[in-house]
Design a binder for this molecule. Structure first.
Ligand SMILES: [Ca+2]
Ligand SMILES: [Ca+2]
Ligand SMILES: [Ca+2]
Length: 726
């Protein structure tokens, strides 16, 4: 193949030039003829030396072929070695065009550069546009948006290879009008563990609803949102008024209290059981979260601070209580199993230790926590609960902030950073958790949390606009931004809201401390069930990119957008969530991934709740042009055709025999019929012929010597060098 290509400097005849609208032709680099890609021209001039060829079975997802360019020597111009699209398109004045492509490069020296150019030979230098990318050794998607001030009738895309002794690979080139979002399916990150929320409060209100209304609320949460994670209290009342006994290594369940889980209207045990039985996807994360140890284990002898004036350093565990505290956690696990048949999967031993309040809480510092967490791990490992994971103390916010409501050391970043200096604590913690408060400006330092987590999963275990009076997209917008930044920057793998359900209190006659709500589903005094926009925003993520989806990267150029992209675990679906955070409509282009068979769009905005529409897939049309309404979230679900993937996997490579031959060539492969082309050693095509498996290719009319034979079966091309010798 190499040998052949080097002689065919310009492999393709230039197609008749005429301007037309996007898209470009054969941007997928799948159609070949005469040993090159149709609609693309390779050039090696000005003293350069380059070999162009077609790579089969490209490891780029969904693609069977890619262009390989081996640059041995550069020429006298930057454009001496280049690949140019023969397709020309017009771009109007002040219009934008986005070019996306996949590329990689192998080189002795790091940093092979590839220049992307737009040129129009009829106008010349004034409309020439270029940008240079430094490639890596792995397939990666690159994109750039160009704007031209004047109308350009015949733009052409070209790629210039700028480094000698480099081998470049290029594939999947697309040209789209406007600002485009492109998905890079080959760059993969974390796998989603799930979505859910808390039932730490309001179970009493829920259980006081009429049964029909309670069913409506619970079906909306457990069935429609498909959540798989539930977070509830490890309640201090279990052992509050008494120690089970004086031995911290001997549990006496008879001397513990389960009123909070069975009694009054709280009935937390029964509420969890109903969630499990209503769920259709299964609730595989049942998370116990502790606000405070029982009072008698603490310095201030209470499960809460008596007032905002109480010294915060008293609201902590007594030194030496680590074993009793660990026993209390084990008692919780044992009681939920024995009395309610609930298998708790994770325990989180402190809720917001950095937050100053007067409800049940404790303010353990990182220095105190390193004495507790390893003791708890050892205790669980020695019990029947060794599979229960430990969640790190859940700090109030992602990154540090100054507030008279926070302790001096605050935030998940500070807590994790300080606690993980102790290696026993670091190894005992399975999940790094954070809440998302004090981040209304959405400037939390998520990447620093991902870095401190050091590879451990990061969960948002509580997130809300507390006591919100707003059901609109303004309120929902905060949730979308926390989710998006958590996934993209924080390495987040699970997201839980503060409350799944809540009672709403209207702000009448005036706003006070009790008014508002933060549940995904709420109801008022008259049992009117209200579904705020935050419910639908959450639903985009929890139902369209649920547990098991893998985050993949994307490129985009519009700064008001919040974008996340996920791949289905079976690799047959891609989902891109796009949120317009601005107050104006934004025109965008969404690239349609190669091999897409169906596209569905889900929209939530001021007027639409969760509107599903289908987008027609048109052959060779690789983008969607649309407007995103202000404060709207739009999820594009691309179903990928499995047939093409399947086909490229199923093709059995062809073998030919005998070689050398005295005239006849036979082949074996999966297809009964193949297309054969025979080339001379100088690259001249001598003839082509369709040959069936039973028959042979006859070279006997040719003179003795070396020949190249190209055999195509379906989308796959193989090349052979054959010696004819009589
Ligand atoms: Ca391709
Ligand atoms: Ca005890
Ligand atoms: Ca005991």
């Amino acid at each position: 193949m190499k040998y052949l290509s080097v002689f065919i400097t310009i492999a393709l005849c230039v197609m008749s030039s005429y301007s037309q609208e996007l898209p470009i032709q054969n941007g997928e680099l799948e159609q070949t003829s005469d040993n090159g890609f149709t609609f693309w021209t390779n050039q090696s001039i000005g003293g350069s030396n380059a070999i162009f060829d077609v790579v089969d079975h490209s490891e780029l997802f969904g693609s069977a072929k890619a262009l390989r360019t081996q640059v041995n020597a550069l020429g006298s111009h930057q454009y001496s070695v280049q690949t140019k699209s023969d397709h020309q398109f017009s771009v109007g004045a002040n219009q934008k065009v986005t070019i996306s492509f996949f590329a990689k490069a192998a080189s002795d020296q790091p940093g092979s550069q590839l220049k992307l150019c737009l040129s129009d030979p009829t106008i010349g230098a004034s409309v020439f546009k270029q940008t240079t990318f430094e490639l890596t050794q792995n397939w990666k998607q690159y994109s750039h948006t160009f704007t031209t001030s004047e109308s350009v009738p015949s733009y052409q895309i070209s790629f210039r290879y700028l480094n000698a002794n480099s081998t470049y690979y290029l594939d999947e080139i697309n040209a789209m009008p406007g600002n485009a979002i492109s998905i890079n399916i080959n760059e993969r990150f974390q796998t989603i563990q799930g979505f859910g929320g808390g039932i730490k409060r309001r179970t009493d209100y829920l259980n006081n609803l009429s049964q029909s209304k309670r069913d409506i609320v619970e079906d909306l949460i457990y069935k429609d949102l498909k959540i798989n994670m539930l977070r509830f209290f490890i309640h201090h009342s279990i052992e509050n008024n008494q120690n089970d006994n004086d031995d911290p290594n001997l549990i006496n369940l008879n001397n513990t209290s389960w009123y909070y889980y069975t009694g009054g209207s709280f009935k937390v045990g029964e509420t969890i059981q109903r969630a499990i039985s209503k769920s259709e996807v299964g609730i595989d994360h049942l998370i116990g979260n502790c606000n405070s140890a029982p009072g008698w284990m603490k310095v201030n002898e209470s499960h809460k601070r008596s007032s905002a004036n109480e010294d915060v350093s008293l609201n902590t565990l007594k030194v030496g209580m680590e074993q009793e505290f660990s026993e209390y956690i084990e008692i919780f696990l044992k009681g939920l199993k024995q009395y309610f048949d609930i298998d708790v999967s994770e325990v989180s031993i402190t809720n917001e230790p950095d937050f100053l309040n007067t409800y049940e809480s404790m303010n353990l510092t990182p220095n105190e926590l390193v004495n507790v967490i390893p003791v708890l791990r050892s205790r669980l490992d020695a019990s029947s609960f060794s599979s229960v994971d430990i969640i790190s103390p859940e700090a109030t916010s992602v990154s540090p902030g100054d507030s008279d409501k926070l302790t001096a050391v605050n935030s998940a970043v500070s807590y994790i950073q300080q606690m993980f200096q102790d290696s026993a604590t670091k190894s005992a913690v399975d999940v790094v958790a954070t809440h998302t408060y004090y981040d209304s400006g959405h400037d939390a330092n998520w990447s620093s949390l991902a870095s401190e987590a050091d590879g451990k999963p990061v969960w948002v275990t509580e997130s809300a606009n507390l006591k919100s009076l707003d059901f609109s997209m303004d309120d929902a917008s905060d949730y979308i931004q926390w989710i998006t930044r958590g996934f993209n920057e924080g390495g987040m793998t699970a997201y839980l809201v503060h409350l799944l359900f809540d009672k709403h209190i209207y702000a009448t006659p005036e706003v006070g401390d009790k008014e508002g709500s933060s549940g995904l589903v709420v109801w008022d005094d008259s049992e009117n069930v209200i579904i705020p926009k935050r419910y639908f925003a959450f639903k985009h993520f929890s139902t369209l990119s649920s547990k098991g989806f893998i985050r993949v990267s994307h490129t985009y150029t519009e700064s008001d957008l919040y974008v996340t992209t996920f791949l289905h675990p079976n690799e047959n679906q891609l989902v891109t969530h796009v949120f317009n955070s601005g107050g104006q409509s934004i025109p965008i282009t969404v690239e349609i991934p190669y091999n897409t068979s169906d596209i569905f769009r889900y929209t939530t905005d001021a007027s639409l709740d969760f509107y599903k529409s289908e987008i027609d897939v048109i052959a060779d049309h690789r983008y969607i042009e649309t407007d995103l309404t202000p404060k709207s979230i739009n999820s594009f679900v691309f179903d990928l055709s499995s047939t093409l993937l399947q086909q490229s996997k199923e093709i059995e490579p062809i073998t030919i025999f005998p070689n050398p031959t005295s005239g006849l060539i036979f082949f074996s492969g999966s297809d009964t019929q193949v297309q054969c082309s025979v080339f001379s050693i100088t690259g001249k095509k001598l003839f082509e012929q369709t040959v069936s498996k039973e028959k042979s290719l006859d070279l006997s009319a040719l003179s003795e010597g070396l020949y190249f034979i190209q055999i195509q079966q379906r989308d796959s091309i193989q090349n052979f060098k054959v010696l004819l010798s009589r």
